[in-house]
Design a protein around this ligand. Structure first.
Ligand SMILES: NC(=O)c1ccc[n+]([C@@H]2O[C@H](COP(=O)([O-])OP(=O)(O)OC[C@H]3O[C@@H](n4cnc5c(N)ncnc54)[C@H](OP(=O)(O)O)[C@@H]3O)[C@@H](O)[C@H]2O)c1
Length: 398
């Protein structure tokens, strides 16, 4: 039986890589649902190629245009099969809610590749429905890790990490038991501003922040890598995924991005997962787990790389890391505020409305002002998220 897959965020960097992986794995997987927010042209191309039963356009303003593209027998680059394409494309069910894709009864695996908190509700619903969840979309885990892991336990759903660091930890954990772990070591490339001083980066431009040295990713996560907020989010993500306290999670800067993370066991053994920096590998591992198959990721030639280097992160220059550890030590609404303030601030930075240095300043400002609540419900988490976004807007309007 083919496994039926929903890709939430199929037009993004992870979503497009997931489709490449599925192509390479041959006929064992069927793409049954695809989703986009704005990029309906690419979604239509994907629908034409993969013929899923379900398409989701989450931006309501784009739905009619998407349907028009399908109704007109969208040809893409291929002008040879207009008629069968038109007949089939008319049968695609179009929705505006990610949950329609994530929870459809036919779906076996949900690849969560939407960016930001927007993926939260669908991930929670898919978990309630007992799906296998291959999660790249880290923000929902950061905001609601406590709720999500509880739902997963109750429903029998399964989470398989796609974030390269967490996939590496997951792979390294196959060598021992979680109770035998003394430390998780998340590696970080250091981003485009590794080694810079506070003064050098405070007025960093959008182009400089988007010039990641080793990974080619969506804009939001690339800016997060520049502030090292991405690593802070990953500490919280690891805490929930592996049920390990933040005190046992270290960060090590490793500019070559060859070791994707490590697990140190109580006997002193350190198990590392290495590969070329290519997201297709963690995506594939999540799909084929517990098996490994030949894939499209280039194999490593360590003799060509020569040296692997490591440094301590600079928590003074990259303050997001320091704040992230404080947030990771508490549960409740703090992580929702931490994440939402960052999402809102990164959006403003990418629109040229604030300086690079303002991103972390705004996060700190929101956390300082926020009335923290322990043991928060989903409604309280969403309300904290909303509050932080409004705070960023208020600050901008001042
Ligand atoms: N890229 C990587 O290598 C990488 C590595 C590890 C983890 N991750 C994580 O994976 C997630 C996706 O990252 P990415 O780099 O692939 O992002 P991306 O390239 O920006 O793609 C984001 C996807 O989400 C969709 N989307 C945007 N806003 C949405 C909304 N409000 N509601 C529903 N869908 C929305 C986009 O649709 P449109 O294209 O139509 O706008 C697109 O399909 C992030 O959480 C990131 O932290 C990414």
């Amino acid at each position: 039986m083919k496994k039926k897959i929903a890709i939430l965020g199929s037009t993004g960097s992870i979503g497009r890589n997931a489709l490449k992986v599925i192509d390479a794995l041959g006929g064992k997987y069927e793409v049954a649902a695809l989703t986009a927010h704005n990029n309906i042209e690419l979604l239509a191309e994907q629908v034409k190629k993969y013929r899923p039963r379900i398409a989701v356009v989450t931006n309501p303003a784009k739905v009619d245009e998407f349907k028009r593209i399908l109704d007109s027998g969208f040809r893409g680059n291929d002008t040879t099969d207009t008629l069968p394409c038109r007949q089939r494309l008319n049968e695609v069910e179009t929705y505006t809610d990610l949950t329609a894709a994530a929870c459809d009864a036919e779906i076996d695996i949900v690849i969560a590749a939407v960016v930001g908190a927007a993926g939260l509700e669908a991930i929670l619903n898919a978990a309630k429905a007992g799906k296998v969840l291959a999660i790249a979309n880290k923000e929902p885990l950061v905001i609601a890790g406590s709720l999500l892991t509880k739902v997963v336990k109750e429903s029998g759903a399964k989470i398989l990490p796609v974030d390269s660091e967490h996939s590496a930890v997951f792979q390294a954990l196959q060598a021992g038991d979680i109770k035998e772990v003394s430390r998780i070591i998340l590696t970080a490339s250091g981003g485009p501003f590794r080694g810079a001083t506070k003064e050098q980066i405070q007025n960093a431009t959008i182009e400089q922040a988007l010039a990641h040295p080793t990974w080619n990713m969506g804009k939001k996560i690339t800016v997060d890598s520049a502030t090292m907020m991405n690593k802070a989010l990953e500490v919280i993500e690891a805490k929930w995924l592996f049920n390990v306290p933040a005190e046992k999670i270290d960060i090590l800067v490793h500019p070559e991005s060859i070791i994707h993370s490590m697990v140190e066991f109580v006997d002193g053994s350190v198990i590392a997962q290495m590969s070329a920096p290519d997201m297709c590998l963690p995506i594939q591992y999540a799909l084929t787990f517990p098996h490994r198959v030949k894939g499209i990721t280039k194999h490593l030639r360590l003799e060509e790389i020569g040296r692997l280097t490591f440094e301590q992160p600079d928590m003074e220059v990259f303050r997001a890391l320091k704040i992230g550890y404080e947030v990771a030590k508490v549960d409740g609404t703090a992580a929702a505020v931490f994440n939402a303030a960052n999402e809102a601030a990164v959006k403003e930075f990418l629109e040229g409305k604030i300086k690079f240095v303002n991103i972390v300043e705004l996060i700190e400002r929101c956390l300082d002002k926020h009335n923290f609540k322990q043991d928060a419900s989903l409604e309280e988490l969403l309300s904290a998220d909303n509050w932080a976004r409004n705070e960023v807007t208020k600050w901008l309007n001042k």
